[in-house]
Write a protein that binds this ligand. Sequence first.
Ligand SMILES: [Zn+2]
Length: 286
Amino acid sequence: MKCVRCGLTIRGDVNEYICDDCTKFSKVVLNIFQDVHNHLENTKSIDPDTNKLLQLLSDSTFVTSKNPQTAIFYKISNYIVSQAFSGRLEISEDELNRNVVTTRSWSDALKIFEELNLIRIRFERYERIIMLTEKSSKFAMQYLSATTLSEIGVRKRLAHIYAGYVLLYILSKVAILSPGLSNRSSLPYNQIPRTQWVTLMFLWMKAYEKNELFGEEEFRKFVSRRRIPSATRGKIINALQAMDGRSTQGMIKNINFDKGERKFTFEDYVLIEMDRIREVVRERER
Ligand SMILES: [Zn+2]
């Protein structure tokens, strides 16, 4: 039987089930989504320096940005944030076609942005016009007056948070998939972003369960059991080794060799934030 969320196969008498890891991770994903969503709906501040959960999202997009299944969300986010930065509130489909390279159709991807109230869509003649909502402009407004950081650096960070939010929303849809329904129609392109789901399940749950570090070998076993190809795994390990919070990921602060195996140590903020989430989960379960 096969886990409907991560694809882990075990012996059993039904076709579909939900594995223990996915059961735990789903709860965490739904709580994190609820937290981030409330924050972005209700506050004016979108600052990863004061809200560490936003930093975690931003730091987690490295799994996504180069993955063919999810890259489209990352690219659209990047484009929207850059447009919002230059003060624009509308983007035509034609502009999107010229600036965001993808072989996929826009409909499924844009629907996700629309559901999160980041954009609204109207039709004009033969094309869609994407209207940025106040929530999207908020991302840009946040730093418009900042002079200390370079605009490009800021834009990149905000695009990461924006994309991280969109992808977290998709994960929250995966987190409620049930056996037997084979209902993937709630997901864009009817696809589970499995690489992202499985990778973040490993990383976030390690920190959530109070592990300060993890070994490359246990990561390999975890993702291989879920049939993530070794080439994909290699790319993820490479990205984890690029320890630079300003670029793609800043979840790892240190890498050591222990008996020939690489050990990755989490940044302090990851463990602190997961402590907080554990408290939130406990509170909500009361
Ligand atoms: Zn599973």
